[in-house]
Design a protein around this ligand. Structure first.
Ligand code: SF4
Ligand code: SF4
Length: 66
């Protein structure tokens, strides 16, 4: 099982705090609208979750792909 960050795009205020906090450079603010997680880079550390002022990020376990 792999852990990754997921978030509610509609609730994202695109502040960029998660992007700044991520040690794996796994988040980008997509078109300035919402945070997008690169699932291949994400290690599920949860630092983005701690950094998010809107508290919309969750760390979920997923079946690894492939
Ligand atoms: S859980 Fe960690 S690695 Fe994954 S996006 Fe958040 S800060 Fe980056
Ligand atoms: S920290 Fe939260 S509100 Fe800010 S860009 Fe990331 S997910 Fe969106």
């Amino acid at each position: 099982m792999k852990k990754i960050a997921t978030l509610s795009r509609n609730a994202c205020v695109s502040c960029g705090c998660c992007e700044t906090a991520c040690p794996k450079n796994a988040i980008e603010i997509y078109n300035g609208i919402y945070a997008k997680v690169d699932q291949d880079r994400c290690i599920g550390c949860g630092l983005c979750k701690k950094a998010c002022p809107a508290d919309i990020i969750s760390i979920k376990e997923v079946d690894s792909i492939g």
